[in-house]
Design a protein around this ligand. Sequence first.
Ligand SMILES: *Cc1c(COP(=O)(O)O)cnc(C)c1O
Length: 473
Amino acid sequence: MFEALPEQGVPGAQILDELRELRRADLPTHGGRLFAYVYDPALDGLDELAQAAYAISAHVNGLDPTAFPSLLAMENALVGAAARLLGGDQETVGSVTSGGTESLILAVKAARDSRPEPATPRLVIPSTAHAAFAKAAHYLRVALDVVPVGADLRADPAAMAAAITADTVLVVASAPSYAHGVVDPIPQLAAIAAERGVRFHVDACFGGWVLPYLRRLGADLPPFDLSVPGVTSISVDLHKYAYAPKGVSVLLHRTEELRRPQYFAFAGWPGYTMINPIVSSTRSGGPIAGALATMRHIGDAGYLELARSTREAVGVLAAAVTETDGVSLFAPPETSVVCLTAEDPFVLADELAARGWHTQPQMSFGDLPATIHLTVTAAIAPTAKEFAADLAAAVAATRERGPAPVLDLTGLTPEMITPDLVAGLAEGLGLGGGDFSRMAAVNSLLDTVPPAVREALLTSFLSLLQRPAKTTE
Ligand SMILES: *Cc1c(COP(=O)(O)O)cnc(C)c1O
């Protein structure tokens, strides 16, 4: 590892070589074999364009749009494009944030602060809503009412309605859910929220930039955006299906009045008056410029083509799952996710990784079994036809290998989890050397323990990894 603060500065070319060398240990962000974290349209020259745009605005500060009108103009352009794509009208306003989590925290904050009267403001979410809502509730001290989804994995309108109380400040649904890629019944839920006079947020962080195009291509999906009466806000991550570099999401509100409590203003100190629409104050213009360049270069027709490739790839992958013995589709592949079950999903995920396919294992949850999640992007289209053979081979290898050995951690409670215990466990599970390619034993173990124990184990493990580097030079 290199020294971040060497005694004498190091030549630029050497530093870039070192960075490229470091990146070699990462998952491949191109090549159409990565099914999580990274969204790749596989368009020639797009990386270079986005990087150049990013560089132009990297040092521009979004703190004060009167000082840097370039950022204000770019943000308004992005918000305008999102509003047009997502059923907005003349009244629609929005904000550019750093990502989906920030957009959701702000949707919850705006809802909370619009209703100062409840002593304990409450948030009603379906059990498949993204973890970022739990984070928002935690950060903002809002109580979370989690409503089990129906057998179809979708929010259950009657159960959601029953969960709304006088203290509910916001109702939430997903279009689609991240884990399964299915769209909640937005029109029904929006009508219920409107009738009760409660704000209703659609989390389209994942699918907001691909669903409109899938619908244009004829996919049988319900309306989900601001065109639906009762939807008061919607979020869409540009660093997902708009294919922008990381660090950009948009939060739209139906009206300026709904957005107002999202802002924070403070004049009570001797420095500048701080007016922040979003969580961060100083922020780079780089992601915003990168997103704008990406969006303008791809264009509406380009996104339609990318959605067509994505849809084709989903069809090919879903067919591979259906036709392979020992695995089956867990959720209907109606958007851009393929979610499958297997006899041993954790060993299977390792076997797929050994064949170059990087998937995302998902733990069991309540009645739901463990699954494997594939986020499908346009880059998968050319490689999708190679998946079936590797899937069949991976299933066979999984059977041959048998289940991963699982330590018995019954009786372990979060309070018992110390840094030493976790360091010992990590060593025993072969994670000591920083090789995270064979994860079946770890995932199988984590799947057997209660969620609170899993949280505590992984928190300690991450804390163990996140230690200051020692001087080596
Ligand atoms: C990715 C995602 C989020 C969180 O977004 P980040 O950009 O990772 O903060 C929220 N909701 C859904 C449905 C998502 O897919």
